[in-house]
Ligand binder design. Structure first.
Ligand code: SF4
Length: 199
């Protein structure tokens, strides 16, 4: 059986090489998040929370939602949120239940989240040298892979076109009923604010 992590020169199956490449890129994200966290005196997950809260609607800014989004327990999320509140980067909007209140970025949190959101630039910048065709092929392949991993319950992305109530396939093409227009493969969304359904 071929193994993606085999170093054998005979092991030429492309799927395995793609798996190894994705692993390396995942490692790059881990390193970049740690680097950013070190500079800001925050943990990688705290950085990810701040960035998420910066760009998502108020109803998605709760401990419960973050726990589902990042596949963490509510207790783990609550611990990080408590630290971010203590640091003056977040504030509670409702105080009824420690695990269900909504959270909002403070002015300092907003600034810091805006800065932290650039942590992945070293990954993004080299992509600008790719041709449009290369970028489209890469994106199409990745979104298909994410869809399959989502179906298997490995990736919890709930706001992509493929899981949206407004999405349908028309004559083999992607179509958004809300926008009432066909979506080209490079127009499919992974995190759409108009997403319908999911949770
Ligand atoms: S509403 Fe957004 S997620 Fe849903 S199909 Fe349209 S573009 Fe895609």
């Amino acid at each position: 059986m071929q193994h993606p992590f085999s170093l054998s020169i005979e092991d030429k199956h492309l799927e395995g090489k793609i798996v190894v490449a994705l692993g390396r890129i995942s490692e790059a994200f881990r390193v970049l998040l740690w680097k950013e966290g070190k500079e800001l005196s925050l943990s990688p997950i705290q950085i990810q929370f701040l960035i998420f809260l910066r760009f998502h609607a108020a109803e998605q800014c709760s401990v419960s939602y973050l726990a589902q989004e990042f596949n963490l327990t509510k207790a783990t999320v609550s611990d990080s949120i408590r630290v971010l509140i203590q640091k003056g980067l977040l504030r509670k909007m409702e105080t009824t239940d420690m695990r269900s209140f909504r959270i909002r970025l403070t002015k300092e949190g907003l600034q810091l989240a805006g800065r932290a959101a650039h942590f992945a630039l070293p990954v993004e910048e080299p992509l600008s040298s790719f041709s449009e065709g290369q970028k489209e092929a890469l994106f199409t392949g990745l979104i298909q892979l994410i869809r399959e991993l989502n179906k298997q319950g490995i990736i919890s992305i709930q706001r992509m076109c493929f899981t949206c109530g407004h999405y349908e396939q028309k004559e083999g093409r992607h179509y958004c009923k809300l926008l009432q227009q066909q979506l080209l493969p490079n127009e499919l969304r992974l995190d759409c604010p108009e997403h319908e359904g999911g949770r």
